[in-house]
Each structure stands twice: as C-alpha cells, then as structure tokens.
Design a protein. Structure first.
Length: 208
C-alpha cells in the first residue's frame, strides 16, 4: 500500500510504508505531518501510520526540500501565472527563454542533465528551418526541432524527479501529460512552491 503526505497546501508521494518510515527516521517527514493511504479520504498524523519510529530532533525536520538550507541552489523564482502572462505578451518568446533558465538550474543540481543541450539543438534546428525556407530540408529541420524540444522537456522532467527522489527525497512525480502541454509553467508551479518552503526552512535554521 502506498501513502501520500500533506504539509500545508502541498501534497507529496506516493511512498511505500517502508519509505515513509525511513523519511520519518531521517527527519525528511515529521510525525506531525498528515498522511493518507491511496484508499483513504481522511488525513491523519503520520505517526498514526508509521508507529514508533525514532526520529531526529524536531528542529531539523526537513521541508519538502530537506537540504535546501545547505548549499543547494534554489529553483528559479517566478509565479507560473506571471510566466504565462509574459509569454503571451512576448508571443511565446519569454516561455522559451524561461525554459533555458529552468534547464540551467537543473544542470546545476543534476550535472549530467542534457536538457540545455537539447534546447540549444532545438534553437539551431529552428534557425536552419527558417534559413531553408519552404524546401524539403526545412520540413526535416522543423521535425528535428520538435523532437529535440520533447527531449529537452522530458529530460528535465526526469532530472527533476531524480533530484527530488535522491538529493531532496520528497517523492515528487510530474505528470507526462502536463509536462507535454504546459512544460515551463508546470515546472514553475512546482518550483515556486518548493522555493517558498525552502526559504522558510532556511529562515528557521538561521534563527536556531
């Protein structure tokens, strides 16, 4: 059976019981956080589910980005609605610029990420498609740009999920459908929430 964890307005998971117990013992999840199984409708304290698990002191309980108060760079800071508005005003130009910003951050936390290379290739393909006009080569370059754009956004999705499953284990799962249709805005929706929680965590740690 898998479980979901709720902290404030954010929901994380699913986690297996063993993983949930592990995160409580590591301080990534507090026994006072709320949780429910996939078959439950009501939330209850995590402690009611995991039982007696020896946890770290409360002052070190991790937020959804449990190591964010260390040296890990914070995600890009912008509300997803502002991103959408600026993209509309600039005829999608800002949207693609922001994808580069996001890919740059992903590369910082996941050095093996190739998303930014795919984005560069995507731009190069668009330039070539325009340069060749209406020729058959232009069609091939347009197809290549589409493929590279998919490689970029789904590569970022994979990198983000990997980062938040290992370095900052919160069990973040990104929908493939939402990634395909909303990419930058969808990523930014999660980045914004994670950044806010991380900044609050850093403030609490600094005050200790």
């Amino acid at each position: 059976m898998n479980y979901f964890v709720k902290r404030g307005s954010q929901e994380f998971g699913p986690y297996t019981l063993a993983l949930l117990q592990q995160y409580v013992s590591q301080g990534n999840i507090s026994p006072q956080d709320l949780a429910r199984s996939e078959g439950m409708t009501e939330w209850m304290p995590v402690s009611n589910i995991v039982g007696n698990v020896v946890a770290v002191p409360a002052a070190t309980y991790g937020s959804p980005v449990s190591r964010a108060y260390n040296n890990d760079p914070l995600p890009p800071n912008m509300h997803w609605a502002v991103l959408v508005l600026l993209s509309i005003v600039t005829f999608s130009i800002f949207w693609y610029i922001w994808l580069f910003v996001q890919a740059t951050w992903v590369r910082k936390v996941r050095p093996q990420s190739r998303a930014i290379l795919y984005l560069i290739g995507w731009v190069a393909m668009i330039v070539l498609a325009v340069a060749f006009g209406k020729s058959g080569f232009s069609v091939l370059f347009n197809l290549g740009s589409f493929v590279l754009s998919l490689c970029a956004i789904f590569g970022m999705r994979s990198d983000i999920e990997e980062y938040y499953s290992t370095v900052n284990p919160v069990g973040l799962h990104l929908s493939g459908v939402m990634t395909f249709f909303f990419s930058a805005a969808y990523f930014q929706y999660h980045f914004r929430e994670i950044r806010e929680v991380a900044e609050n965590q850093r403030s609490r740690v600094a005050a200790v």
